[in-house]
Design a protein. Sequence first.
Length: 387
Amino acid sequence: MSSQPPTRRTALRTLAGLGALVFGAAACGPAEPAKGPAAPAGSAPQTTPGPKRRLGAEWESHTRTFMSWPALSAVWEEDLPYVREDIARIARAIGDYEAVVMMARPDQVAAAQRACGSQVEVIPLAVDDLWARDTVPVFVEEGGKVTGVDFNFNGWGGKQEHKDDGQVGRLLLPKYGIPRVQAPLVAEGGSFEPDGEGTLLITESSIVNDNRNRGKSRDTIEAELKQTLGVEKVIWLAGVRGEDITDAHVDSLVRFTEPGVVLLDRAHPSTPADSWSRSADQAKSVLSKATDARGRRFEIVDLPQPDLNRIKGHGDDFVSTYANFYIANDAVFMPQFGDRQADDRARGILREHFPKRDVVPVSIDTIASGGGGIHCSTHDQPGKPAA
């Protein structure tokens, strides 16, 4: 058995031999292709008109950060203890700046609490894996209050079965008195990159896709995003279909640092051109011609990846983007890959764009080998910091 876990990127092919039938080369999912978003029993979709809603930016004040304690040994195999170390390391680092709530299966609460330390609150709530960005509802402000929009998580289009993760929105929000709205779409939090002023960046590959929203056109999906999230302008990037389990979430490609300014992931010059680098080229072309919801042209700043020959992590599908950073109260958390020159350059770029925040490098080699990053494993709740 390989020492590498099936990653979110390689799951499409490494799990195919197990006999599960899903979309194309995808595996480890339901026996029938997932159709469009299905409302849970007894719940009717709510589509309150969007103008009263607002999707904020990540740099705005947080009440807390939600995270998930990974539980799937079938995915992580012998690397499960090491990915838990990464998650605990991120949680402790963020816990120095704001409240952190870690969801963990009831029988794993004690172990998670020992690993994360006293600055992290561990709560019993059944989860499957660490991808809180995608499983926790997307928070919007409405009438001066926070509402959680549940985007009907279905394992990235049925590529993996996440029965417990699919219930996170329904079970988590009542614990904090947050109203829940069910979206008319299937999507994940990592699909969305907002500027807090009405602009939303998104990859077409991750949502205009029959594995999430069968039969829905891009125009229909855009209208539903505007109504559900209260955004005014959606800027579509092509992304990449079928080569990773997310179908290329935007949060590993391009990120806002303020309205009108974005950091764009760029491969190291030594890395051969592939579909990922071509998607970055396409994104740059789109953004260079676009304006945001307020009519501003974009300032595009390249955020170069490390040299894969110098990083500490391993695996053909190691996710080495610095774009998957997380903005917390008074700090920005970025991956530290071990290429000192590239790590320092990325830290300098982030310091330049977030001058009033500490920029904190965190080692996440096992998470990266599993196809994700710091942003993928965190989910911010907007509001005043928890007392």
